[in-house]
Write a protein that binds this ligand. Structure first.
Ligand code: AMP
Length: 276
């Protein structure tokens, strides 16, 4: 496994085709490893990036305290048979004078995460576009955990004619349903228990849909659970069209329930397809 830190070193070690790429911010868990394993299965060469991208954090967010453990991450990736890890420093990735940004505009980035984290998606699309240019993958792997991000990346890839396919990978969960996230380590033991209710709320919406209830009824069923979580400030719960993020009045195939909110120590997001 090669570990490279400088953007200009990449060209000499990358094969001209067959690269599967998994971008991450590190502090890896089984969710990241699901992406890596899928990439390992589908590509002769697997590259993973670890970069806590300052551009996608707002000024009041957790960039400085975002968990990091490079040695542990590298051990995990080595064990998965990864070929290349790219670990740039912020100042090599965005050198002084850096001034170029990639932005998906409109409803895909204005709602939900876009509304609650101004500038977040611009940071994500900028870093991912740069990484695509540097790693030149044939396939790139993203988690459904960050569903809006996945849709925004697909839009960018299509709009900018990146010659690659975007592969979405299902969310990996704890036994009680909490979606794995590097940020879960911040949760107090009490809030860690309560956090499983986000998934229970998503499941309640899906159950309501399956039982033939309306979108409004499914939403009410989910909110009834979210309302019982102590110390939890809901940012949004919505049932939306899976491609446009337009809120729904009637069911459409693939309808997605989205949830996000904050305990004092950490912000959590999750989502689930609630209508087949
Ligand atoms: P992050 O390191 O949080 O930026 O995540 C890197 C990639 O892993 C993104 O494509 C995430 O959507 C994905 N990911 C994070 N958590 C999970 C999870 N629990 N299940 C599946 N994919 C995930």
């Amino acid at each position: 496994m090669r570990v490279l830190r400088l953007p200009e070193e990449l060209a000499s070690v990358l094969p001209s085709k067959g690269v599967g790429f998994v971008p991450t911010m590190g502090y890896l868990h089984e969710g990241h490893l699901a992406l890596v394993r899928r990439a390992r299965k589908e590509n002769p060469f697997v590259a993973v990036s670890i970069f806590v991208n300052p551009l996608q954090f707002g000024p009041s967010e957790d960039y400085e305290r975002y968990p990091r453990d490079e040695a542990r991450d590298l051990g995990m990736l080595e064990a998965e048979g990864v070929d290349l890890v790219f670990l740039p420093s912020p100042k090599d990735f965005y050198p002084e004078g850096y001034a170029t940004y990639v932005e998906v505009t409109g409803p895909l980035t204005e709602r939900f995460e876009g509304a609650h984290r101004p500038g977040h998606f611009r940071g994500v699309t900028t870093v991912v576009a740069k990484l695509f240019h540097l790693l030149r993958p044939e396939r790139a792997y993203f988690g459904e955990k960050d569903y809006q991000q996945l849709v925004v990346i697909r839009r960018m890839v299509k709009d900018l004619h990146f010659p690659l396919s975007v592969v979405g990978v299902p969310t990996v969960r704890e036994p009680d349903g909490l979606a794995l996230s590097s940020r879960n380590v911040y949760l107090t033991p009490e809030h860690r228990k309560e956090a499983a209710k986000l998934y229970q709320a998503l499941l309640a919406a899906r159950e309501a849909a399956r039982a033939g209830h309306s979108v409004d009824e499914a939403e009410a069923a989910a909110r009834a659970i979210l309302d019982t979580i102590p110390d939890f400030a809901l940012d949004y719960f919505a049932i939306v069209h899976p491609g446009t993020f337009a809120p729904l009045e009637d069911w459409v195939p693939g309808a997605r329930a989205l949830v996000a909110g904050r305990f004092p120590e950490v912000r959590l997001i999750d989502n689930l397809e609630v209508y087949p």
